[in-house]
Design a binder for this molecule. Structure first.
Ligand code: NAD
Length: 315
């Protein structure tokens, strides 16, 4: 008798993706993100779907002799050992376009929240401090400079939205993006220059050895004291303690942080004590539409299990 293939989910996902999987496979849920426990749970698994939490390591792959495909629900594949997968002939797929709109909207949203001091005013008013309306100075975004670090899918969409708000766009990337240069008059410059000139800086590079602490103490010093930094890329891109020092000492006006060096971030994370920081638990990409689209990584999982080429292979 032909056994149905088994797909293991590291975290729950939208029902639409699960329903799709269930037409072709049995769906199981990981009981933990602990490597040793996962090694036990992948023994009979043909496909794995991973989100932001947990890792797919060499050891896990070696414990899964039937494993054909690893799917990243979302874009960043830094929690999958890509080299190890390649060596073992395991296909890796993701949903590169699915979270872009949600993340871009989130970035613009937190820029507005920090510029208009919405969270601070909300907290003050609830504490009975009506008078903050005379003290809190808000900023307009029109005419200000936005520096985008990583002009890929998300960065480009942020550029489009920021242009509509009347902002000037600078960007830093390892490649030129002629489309954003033509459409939004974006100018590619060196990172140091971007940090010096920008009123807002938003990070959209992947987590790689090259982007580890791309924003460190030295580079934070280059930013204007009135600048706002947004990180909805990956926690490893920013040196957290250096950022904490810059915010605490007033060398940087504010920051919005969606991603952390260690996730889940602990409740006593140093940044949580600062009033000029907006924090969210790695959910910039969690809109209704994006969650459905990301769950459809299920389609490529089934394609690969059935021996067909995937639509979105990670190379
Ligand atoms: N917070 C969230 O919920 C969330 C959701 C989706 C994606 N992300 C993160 O956002 C990142 C960007 O997503 P995307 O879809 O725009 O990716 P993308 O691949 O379309 O764009 C990334 C850009 O970064 C550039 N880049 C890569 N390495 C660089 C380096 N060392 N220096 C400068 N530029 C470099 C690339 O050339 C590319 O233009 C993802 O890798 C992921 O980590 C976060």
């Amino acid at each position: 008798m032909n056994q149905r293939p088994k797909v293991l989910l590291y975290e729950p996902m939208h029902q639409k993706g699960i329903d799709y999987l269930k037409m072709y496979a049995d769906v199981l849920y990981a009981s933990s993100w602990d490597e040793d426990i996962l090694c036990q749970e992948v023994k009979d698994i043909s496909g794995i779907i991973i989100r932001a939490n947990g890792k797919v390591t060499t050891k896990i792959m070696d414990s899964a002799p039937k494993l054909k495909v690893i799917g990243r629900h979302g874009a960043g594949v830094d929690n999958i050992d890509l080299e190890a997968a390649k060596k073992r002939g395991i296909t890796v797929v993701n949903t590169p376009h699915a979270p872009a709109e949600a993340v871009a909207e989130h970035v613009i949203g937190v820029m507005v929240v920090l510029s208009k001091r919405i969270l601070e005013s909300d907290r003050a008013l609830r504490a009975g401090q009506w008078d903050v309306r005379y003290h809190f100075q808000a900023f307009e975004m029109k005419g200000k400079t936005l520096g985008i670090v990583g002009m890929g899918r998300i960065g480009s969409r942020v550029a489009e939205m920021a242009k509509a708000l009347g902002m000037e766009i600078l960007y830093y990337d390892v490649v030129v993006n002629p489309q954003v240069e033509g459409k939004y008059d974006a100018k590619k410059i060196e990172l140091e220059e971007l940090l010096k000139l920008s009123d807002y800086i938003t990070l959209h590079v992947p987590a790689t050895p090259e982007t580890k602490y791309l924003i460190n103490a030295e580079r934070l010093k280059l930013m204007k004291p009135t600048a706002i930094l947004v990180n909805a890329a990956r926690g490893s891109v920013v040196d957290t303690m250096a950022l904490y020092d810059a915010l605490k000492s007033g060398k940087l006006f504010g920051a919005a942080i969606d991603v952390f060096e260690k996730e889940p971030a602990p409740a006593d994370h140093p940044l949580f004590s600062l009033p000029n920081v907006v924090v969210t638990p790695h959910m910039a990409g969690h809109s209704d539409d994006a969650l459905i689209a990301m769950s459809m990584v299920a389609k490529d999982i089934i394609r690969v299990i059935q021996g067909q080429p995937p639509e979105y292979p990670v190379k």
